[in-house]
Design a protein around this ligand. Structure first.
Ligand SMILES: [Zn+2]
Ligand SMILES: [Zn+2]
Length: 130
């Protein structure tokens, strides 16, 4: 089992099943939402993800039609996202994990949005879109 939390610890969650995939996303929206050059996320089945504390501290933001991103209302850590067209999965923000996941990010996506000031230097596959 993996545990995770926001920075202020009001929101806590657990993942009781496997990570299906993990990636670094360089899209414009992830950059803005995370305030970083890319966002690192993992896909898990919704049945293995559970918010264990602070459900009432979560706020959501629809960053694009059908994509709802959830944040702690106090410290604003991005925790996870849901997509209307894939209701069975949860996209978890890897940086909020407190444990080491077995599965590491396996690719970079949306390189077409990457700013010139950052260069990807690892050997993972790079995709212009997703
Ligand atoms: Zn918080
Ligand atoms: Zn993205």
């Amino acid at each position: 089992m993996l545990s995770g939390s926001c920075h202020c610890q009001r929101v806590k969650y657990e993942v009781t099943g496997p990570i299906q995939s993990a990636q670094h996303c360089h899209c414009h929206t992830c950059r803005k939402i995370h305030g970083t050059v890319f966002g690192s996320s993992a896909v898990v089945d919704g049945t293995v993800f559970r918010v264990t504390e602070g459900q009432d501290h979560l706020v959501e933001y629809e960053s694009s039609p059908g994509k709802r991103r959830y944040f702690c209302s106090t410290c604003h850590s991005p925790i996870y996202a849901l997509q209307a067209d894939e209701p069975e999965i949860v996209v978890l923000r890897l940086g909020t994990l407190d444990d080491e996941p077995d599965q590491k990010p396996s690719r970079h996506i949306w390189l077409s949005d990457k700013p010139a000031w950052y260069e990807v230097k690892d050997a993972l596959p790079q995709h212009e879109t997703n």
